[in-house]
Design a binder for this molecule. Sequence first.
Ligand code: K7E
Ligand code: CUA
Ligand code: CA
Length: 661
Amino acid sequence: MRRGRTATWVTQNPADQARTATRGVYPALRRTEVSDDSRSIQNLARRHFLRNSAVTGVAGAGLASGVVGGVGTSALLGSRSARASEGDAMVAPGELDEYYGFWSGGHSGEVRVLGIPSMRELMRIPVFNTESATGWGITNESKHILGESARFHNGDAHHPHASLTDGRYDGKYLFINDKANTRVARIRLDIMKTDKVTTIPNVQAIHGLRLQKVPYTKYVFANAEFPIPQINDGRDLENPANYYTMFNAIDAETMEVAWQVIVDGNLDNTDADYTGRFVASTCYNSEKGMTLADSMRAERDWVVVYDVEAIEAAVEKGQFETLGDSPVPVLDGRKGSPLTRYIPVPKNPHGLNTSPDGKYFIANGKLSPTVSIIAIDKLPALFADEIEPRDSVVAEPELGLGPLHTTFDGRGFAYTTLFIDSQVAKWNIEEAIRAYNGEDVNYIHQKLDVHYQPGHNHASLCETRDADGKWLVVLCKFSKDRFLPVGPLHPENDQLIDISGDTMKLVHDGPTYAEPHDAIMMRADQLNPIQVWDRQDPFFAPTRAMAEADGITLESDNKVIRDGNKVRVYMTSVAPQYGITEFKVKQGDEVTVVITNLDTVEDLTHGFCMVNHGVSMEIGPQQTSSVTFTAERAGVHWYYCNWFCHAMHMEMFGRMLVEKA
Ligand code: K7E
Ligand code: CUA
Ligand code: CA
């Protein structure tokens, strides 16, 4: 039993090195007494273990394999015994997970679906990236959804959040931002495909993204990070005083931008409350600095709070302008506006998190070892000018170095990542408020080393009323020595922590690619994805409309239609055969291949790949997919099915015969 733990303790040592190394980078920060105290028990245990077993940690693993029965390698054994001792993170083959996890794929631009607690990757959903297997960014259906932005092949996805009704997941949609190309996308959770992508006008770099929780997700709230000239047409290039950024609300059903609010400073993260009236965003650059040094000058930046009801009323009354060609209502929310309030908080704050009891917004201090707790029930008074902005801050507990994000277990505890300390601090919110009011109470209950430099963390269902305090994922930006080396580029390390008991227990290390930033978890029973496409699905409605205009019945016809130099090839597929295995076009023709998969069997997906044409796509059971390309070269060009579908899958092929022009 011990060996699994030994491996963990031994490799924790570099956390100390990392902490020491990074501390010098932030000389303004100091270590707090509290954090040293609360870690003393762990440190003692760790040091004791290090002294006694730094060597046997490796050698001893072999011993353990003998004890337990010589199953597999010592490393495997280590992780098994750790699991056995830490509860039920092990999901046996054939068993299903308790939770869905939705992971941002970071600057891979995609979303990943994981099973929790196994941390098995179940699916990848391409969003802002181009993807070979499904043909995302290649097929006509995906290009239609990507719209004008289909010309971009990169994305930077940060914040996946699922739609809610009355503060609970309703299983309909997942939304995610693209910082790289200023987009917001929606994924339909019934088919797990992206179905809308909107480029936000008048702003640059959508970062923070959260959803209205109550009464339902009417709006997707999205922070544009970087201030720019308004209008950004070449004016004010060298006049940063005239740069502004905006807070954006997107209609969750139509995915059109409903309104934009100009703010002072910049915008980082955001979250909404449980009344439907307030949303809050952090600003780390209240200085509106154009350099790193300038953005760190002030001791306090701010949280800007929006009054959604007041904004809607102002839009209703026509109290807005529009900018350039954009029809979107733009409102002025700068300091002094009745639509916003600016609450000063220390210093370059990052994450903004609403507690699941609906009581607090928590802003994470980053360059301050504190988080700022804002009482949401004081905000009506703040907007009525009955109190000062700082009166809404009911506590500012010190937690450790580099607090970035906070999550919640629904039992009154908060869990905050400490980037510089490489730890998660578990603390009690009400105790922190009592301490702020002068009581002698230690609100920090535990600090757990994580590996290394954690950014987001997320406890199961923590952004809903159903926060259940079972699992915590901590998304670490550095993995260093935790995995076999794979060259200079390292994976990130998404760690799973059991928080169901009194103490946090690390149960799994999960290597992930390209910095996921953020993730959510949803109970498995809150989702009900379909297994076979509905023939009337709007996902391929434009293709159906094209077929109808050509007089084609997708479900039965195998026909080639010529329209000038455009050729449309309509075919069906039934494992292991395409409905058309030979068609003839002329060199230079624009060819559109439309395939309808008539198979109705769950999991029976076909593919279509035209060799040497950069063309491939997925056609799921009962799905229609299409792709357009130019037949540039005369000759014989084979196409084949690239999703293994049948014993005769290799034989599922056909020829495109291209006549010389
Ligand atoms: Cu990386 Cu939410 Cu974009 Cu924090 S964000 S770490
Ligand atoms: Cu059809 Cu493989
Ligand atoms: Ca600042």
